[in-house]
Ligand binder design. Structure first.
Ligand SMILES: Cc1ncc(COP(=O)(O)O)c(C=O)c1O
Length: 336
């Protein structure tokens, strides 16, 4: 017996790129002798339409990392300070230092469930030029409410930009802080909030290096003064455009991550931290020993010692088969 003709149906591969993006990558190959001017313009227009923004507010970049660099370049004078979460994504501090900034941190604590509330950030804030928030946060998976982001923006100096990193935003149920920039749904419009998004996570295009910042309209034109002449390459832009159009693929990627998150929470024989990202932080005791033992059995997890969390590993959400295997191996290692 054979099923009906399914040749027109793409096979869904969780975690991989959209088949439409793969096709666009192939098609873009014959265009690469030309600088990416129109590819860039087309993608920016599509992102702007997606979020209902002016195209100038979309600062396209070589990954979210590149967008962080553009923001630092646009904001920081030598010696300006920035405030970063600890634990947190290391590139905030690196980018600020590359731009001659100085780095201070606010602490997220395991005993408070790594909560990212306004008081914690405001207690640490002291006239920094940029305050970085991550929602969902890497590696803990917690989110920041829009009300807290507003309080942080209100409570910090007039010249402080609050960068809300939503690299994992598609996986969360929280709303994007773009609402605060634009003053939608009853929020007051703000000039001191920027949002970071990327094609690396839910869109599965990490290898192409494509991300962007959304900035308030009044100073959006600064992009022209800080970007490299061609901020993202043709192949990445064409793939990004196709990926944006494949909503079903993103939805299935998110569904698959949510399933894996729940499976990890319920099946791992260790304490997990509820996550809104495509990974779960797990308390395991000796993270280095557990990560090494799992790797010897063919399962790679992130030892979070470098995040300052030597008791924790971060487990990525994989396909059903990968996630089931990761849980089986980790449970074996945790007993041993
Ligand atoms: C919190 C966070 N922000 C930003 C990024 C940057 O992603 P990319 O440069 O691949 O877009 C990452 C990547 O791991 C991340 O974890």
């Amino acid at each position: 017996m054979q099923p009906r003709d399914l040749s027109a149906h793409a096979v869904y591969r969780a975690g991989g790129p959209s088949p439409r993006a793969i096709e666009a990558i192939g098609a873009a190959a014959s265009e690469v002798h030309v600088y990416p001017k129109s590819a860039h313009t087309d993608l920016v227009a599509a992102i702007a339409a997606e979020w209902e923004l002016a195209p100038a507010q979309v600062w396209l970049a070589n990954g979210g990392d590149g967008a962080l660099d553009y923001l630092a370049r646009a904001l920081l004078d030598p010696g300006d300070r920035v405030l970063v979460p600890e634990p947190g994504f290391a590139y905030y501090g690196m980018s600020a230092r590359y731009h001659h900034g100085e780095v201070r941190s606010y602490s997220l604590r395991a005993e408070d469930g790594f909560a990212q509330d306004a008081e914690r950030v405001l207690d640490a804030a002291d006239g920094e030029r940029i305050v970085y928030l991550t929602s969902p946060h890497n590696p803990t998976g917690t989110t920041v409410d829009l009300a807290d982001i507003e309080r942080i923006a209100e409570g910090t100096d007039e010249d402080t930009l609050v960068v809300v990193d939503e690299a994992y935003g598609e996986f969360a149920e929280t709303q994007s802080a773009i609402r605060l920039i634009e003053g939608r749904d009853g929020w007051d419009a703000r000039e001191d909030v920027a949002v970071l998004r990327t094609f690396s996570k839910a869109y599965g295009l990490a290898g192409l290096r494509l991300g962007y910042a959304i900035v308030p309209d009044p100073w959006a034109d600064a992009y022209a003064r800080v970007n490299t002449p061609f901020a993202a390459n043709t192949v990445a832009c064409r793939a990004g455009l196709a990926a944006l159009d494949d909503r079903e693929h993103v939805e299935r990627t998110v569904e698959s991550a949510v399933w894996a998150r729940e499976y990890l929470d319920s099946e791992l024989d260790a304490r997990t931290h509820g996550s809104s990202g495509n990974f779960v932080l797990v308390d395991v005791g000796d993270a280095t020993a557990v990560a090494e033992a799992a790797q010897r059995r063919g399962v790679i997890v992130r030892d979070c010692t470098s995040f300052g969390l030597p008791d924790c590993i971060r487990v990525s959400c994989g396909t059903r088969a990968e996630t089931e295997r990761a849980v089986a191996v980790l449970n074996e290692v945790l007993v041993g």
